[in-house]
Design a protein around this ligand. Sequence first.
Ligand code: 5RP
Length: 229
Amino acid sequence: MAPDRDGEKRRAAERSLAFIENGMTIGLGTGTTAAHMIRLLGERIEAGLRVRAVPTSTATRRAAERARIPLVNLDECPALDLAIDGADEVDPTFDLIKGGGGALLHEKIVAVASRRLVVVVDESKMVDRLGRFPLPVEVSRFGWRVVAERIAALGTRPALRTGEGGIPAVTDEGNYILDCGFGTIGDTGALARALDAIPGVIEHGLFVAMADTVIVGQARGVAVLHRRP
Ligand code: 5RP
């Protein structure tokens, strides 16, 4: 029988709520796993939990409004207690690939603004080495082909992400996304630095040494993993 990935996501999301305490301000990630967390958090708030939250995308803001979660923005509240977010891949050192849902820029800013980043994933996201999932890189629309050439020189063939009708997908900040298959990534820090150095790269989906806790939803139950100090 095929694994029930959505059930695994739901279980991970549900377990992440145990990290939320009354009075906290939390970052809300983007994606299907985060969507479970947002819906369940709404139920806790309905039952009396008092929290405020910063959404990482338009989609998440809409979901949070539907769940009646009180929202603030990062300028009003630049220090968050906790961020809870999904990931596309997680390696044994908790380095991540994120951005499958296109929200990597806001997600990374929210992650660095948070005292703790809790990642919620299904079992398929746990890998020995990052790189099977093409790395999303958010780039300037101006001159994006030039930027893509510079990225290609790092050993990939960047693919412009498109939506319906083949029209380029645009992020919440109005940028393009290049999906970059690098194959197995040997040195995540070195690749992150190389991408950071290219003019026109706004952000990339490598989250290096940022996650504190990873909650893996399983067929029955969850595994809660903490990063070694
Ligand atoms: C969005 C992300 C998501 O967290 C990531 O793509 C995982 O998504 P899902 O929970 O739907 O599998 O990085 O930018």
